[in-house]
Design a protein around this ligand. Structure first.
Ligand SMILES: O=C(CO)[C@H](O)[C@H](O)COP(=O)(O)O
Length: 222
């Protein structure tokens, strides 16, 4: 079985009747959402909060009832993918461009479950460029201020135009040699005027599920 699928489907087992569930974005979270769709069709009573417009569309197609972020003040469990994850559960997210909503939703989830394939499990963060969401106004200035933190920021592009997030912002993908002080970097990035949010998720994940070739998916709890 596809390793992303193994991880995603395992995460769906954490969802219980009556829960409000943060629905992540990307090709691993996809499998969790698909499984939840099946369970809902079989009578599971949950409400989803999507982390992106893509996920909202998917959940709608699957018949998963949804709430708006403004309608909730807590989320029971959020399930999402990651671009990198370490043994102490530090993450880089945002490869799919949904990092802002993903971080907001994870931050109010009682349990945040991260689903990955083994290629995402790394010793140290920073091989994957860190996505930083910035406002379009004066983005060049914001980007050059970000570069002073020791990275090379590259404006993410889509179809020959800058990629625009669900929130109407740009993303710069920041190439660091490595990110050692994750807390410090998170704070430093978010202190730059024009930065909306960055893809470092530190001390947020509670469970890391890694799809493994042999046997069941591996579950690590913090
Ligand atoms: O952060 C994300 C989207 O913003 C995704 O969770 C991350 O990019 C992993 O995606 P995938 O499971 O497709 O590899």
């Amino acid at each position: 079985m596809d390793l992303k699928r193994k991880a995603g489907e395992k995460a769906a087992k954490y969802v219980e009747d009556g829960m409000i569930v943060g629905l992540g974005t990307g090709s691993t979270a996809y499998w969790a959402i698909l499984k939840l769709g099946e369970l809902v069709a079989d009578g599971l009573n949950i409400k989803g909060i999507p982390t992106s417009k893509n996920t909202e569309e998917l959940a709608q197609k699957l018949g998963i009832p949804m709430l708006k972020m403004s309608e909730v003040n807590k989320i029971d469990v959020a399930i999402d993918g990651a671009d990198e994850a370490t043994a102490n559960f530090a993450l880089i997210k945002g490869g799919g461009g949904a990092l802002l909503r993903e971080k907001m939703i994870a931050s109010i989830a009682k349990q945040f479950i991260v689903v990955i394939d083994p290629s995402k499990y790394v010793e140290r963060l920073g091989q994957f460029p860190l996505p930083v969401e910035i406002i379009t106004f004066g983005w060049e200035i914001t980007s050059s201020q970000i570069s002073l933190l020791g990275c090379k920021p590259i404006l993410r592009r889509g179809n020959q135009a800058p990629f625009v997030t669900d929130n109407g912002n740009y993303i710069v993908d920041c190439y660091f040699d490595s990110i050692v002080d994750r807390d410090g970097m998170n704070t430093a990035l978010n202190s730059i005027p024009g930065v909306v949010e960055n893809g470092l998720f530190v001390d947020m994940a509670d469970v890391l599920i890694i799809g493994r070739e042999n046997g069941d998916a591996e579950v690590l709890s913090f």
